[in-house]
Design a protein around this ligand. Structure first.
Ligand code: ZN
Length: 78
């Protein structure tokens, strides 16, 4: 298991997501951003909008995915 924070994934807070793969933490971040949007948290709105845009334009977002996968791969196991 590895840990990536909301801020490492482009968000504004230090909430930690744990997962076995980059996809796990990206999905956890997506859920977190959806919850923050529902809660009306303005600080998370830009990150939420970016994430929505990524689902809409997956090809344009490949570089972001590669970067997140690389960041995840470079993290120590914890
Ligand atoms: Zn957050």
């Amino acid at each position: 298991m590895k840990t990536m924070t909301c801020s490492q994934l482009g968000g504004p807070c230090d909430l930690a997501h744990r997962g076995e793969s980059a996809d796990d933490v990206i999905n956890a971040q997506d859920q977190h951003l959806k919850e923050m949007e529902r809660a009306g948290d303005a600080a998370h709105q830009p990150a939420r909008d970016d994430m929505k845009g990524r689902w809409r334009h997956p090809k344009k977002s490949l570089s972001w995915y590669r970067e997140m996968k690389q960041t995840f791969a470079d993290l120590p196991e914890s």
